[in-house]
Design a protein around this ligand. Sequence first.
Ligand SMILES: Cc1ncc(C[n+]2csc(CCOP(=O)(O)OP(=O)(O)O)c2C)c(N)n1
Ligand SMILES: [Mg+2]
Length: 344
Amino acid sequence: MAQVVPAEHDLRRVIGDGEAVEDGEVELGEPELLELYRNMVLLRTYDERSLVYHRQGRIGTYAIFWGHEAMQAGAHYALADEDWIFPSYRESAIGLLRGMPPEVVLSWWRGHPAGWWDPREYRVAAITVPIGTHVPHAVGFAWGARLKGESAAALAFFGDGATSEGAFHEGANFAAVMRAPVVLLCNNNQWAISTPLSAQTRAEALADKAVGYGMPGVRVDGGDVLAVYEAVSEALARARAGEGPTFIEALTYRCAPHATADDPTAYWDAARVEVERENECFGRYDRYLRRLGVLTDALADEIRADALERMKAGIAAAEALPPPEPDVVFDHAYVDPPPTLRDG
Ligand SMILES: Cc1ncc(C[n+]2csc(CCOP(=O)(O)OP(=O)(O)O)c2C)c(N)n1
Ligand SMILES: [Mg+2]
């Protein structure tokens, strides 16, 4: 396991700043470090292109995850292939890291049924928009897997705001009581739309909530892909050893609007956003790999061009799909359609 550089407030870090803060070490070889980089580029490219597609009217409202790629890619990389991911809308593109074609996720944001993938194909559950309701789903799945004697674990992504929801409480308590092999990964981006963390909780740190459930609570720098990888790897090792769930608070900052329908200038501190943007996760990992001598300009360009190509092909494929039949809206709503709908 990596040597984790001690950081303030027990925030676990591996990547330093190339100056005063030294880099820690992680037990990943060059190919793995580069694979992680490719995954981050794919997520970053997906996110940046999606914002453009939204502005061009090619996808609907979109929840931006710019600056959260390290948290997502680091967590994904720690998972075994058989483990299940339960995403919120903020991790809509996580399936790409499991081989899902971009057109599937783009179709989801276009409101097209081609965006409804089979969760079993990628071990990625449906994108959950209601806050926190997928936490009990992930816990139930993990508990079920254990009852069946399988070694699969589950990981649920949710936000700081979700920790105030009943579903989070029910899921976390049940997970601890049943020792479900699940990782509860909270992306503390310090905002729930316009509600700041200070108005969300009186807890000093969200990780402190874990104590009340009787599970370990870990605080990690969510902008440090290697620290997240480390923390999730350890949590999964515990889960597989029968020791139950772990709550991980990944500290990030939402330096983009909540979604394309939001105007954060009405409530956020522009100077703080500027600082956070300077220190964003992709640049930190890019600089780290260059310090190690693992990444060159040519390789970075090639990886970025490949991701852009995949997005171009993805939007073209999504737009080439025939429009769905309007009736599909009701297909899964009723076993027996009511007369008003049947006859109308
Ligand atoms: C049960 C429920 N209540 C309210 C909403 C409206 N809503 C959408 S996003 C959001 C904020 C969630 O914040 P957080 O959990 O921190 O996640 P983030 O958006 O920051 O990733 C709310 C309240 C919802 N989607 N579901
Ligand atoms: Mg949030």
